[in-house]
Design a protein around this ligand. Sequence first.
Ligand code: E4P
Length: 218
Amino acid sequence: MKFFIDTANLNEIREAHDLGVLDGVTTNPSLMAKEGITGKDNILKHYKDICNIVDNNVSAEVIATDFAGMIREGEELAEIDEKIVVKIPMIKDGIKAIKYFSEKGIRTNCTLVFSAGQALLAAKAGASYVSPFIGRLDDVATDGLDLIEQIVTIYQNYGYETEILAASVRHPMHIVKCAELGADVMTGPLSAILALLKHPLTDVGLEKFLADYRKGNA
Ligand code: E4P
């Protein structure tokens, strides 16, 4: 399973990268705004800064919602660095743009996916990644993990190569369950990834090992 971090915060991206388990970064316009990154030049530079930290897979989202605009923005984003994956919303022109980019060999991440039908369309258009937002489904009393299970089945039935990127991950059990279900990638906050580390028996066990060592080596 690939681990992506869902943030535009360079310090968090560095911390996750230094852990040695980071495979990529996802951003969105809200995350960029949260970091105070505004204006085209600053936004493009920020994506480059992220690319300079991580090894691959930096999702950068288009703002346009029409086909021509998405192509223009997507090509500009793809030129920043070969690590860029152009993130495109699940709308009609978005599907057309994904098809266009897949034929040009530019990787895409189809975002804002909330149903199996949308995921099927994204795969048919040739998206590199599809992003079902599981946390936001949970927020409206619909089990986001059920959607992951459905997409895994559908993609296996037809051998689609689109990778399932479980997005809007909120906590460590989302990650564990997505791994059980066979999601290819997860993206979430650094806190959810770091929470995987924790178990009280690990802490108690380590304390005991070290105390026993100190007794014998005082
Ligand atoms: C995915 O790429 C999105 O950026 C993200 O996972 C949305 O998560 P949220 O629902 O926590 O905002």
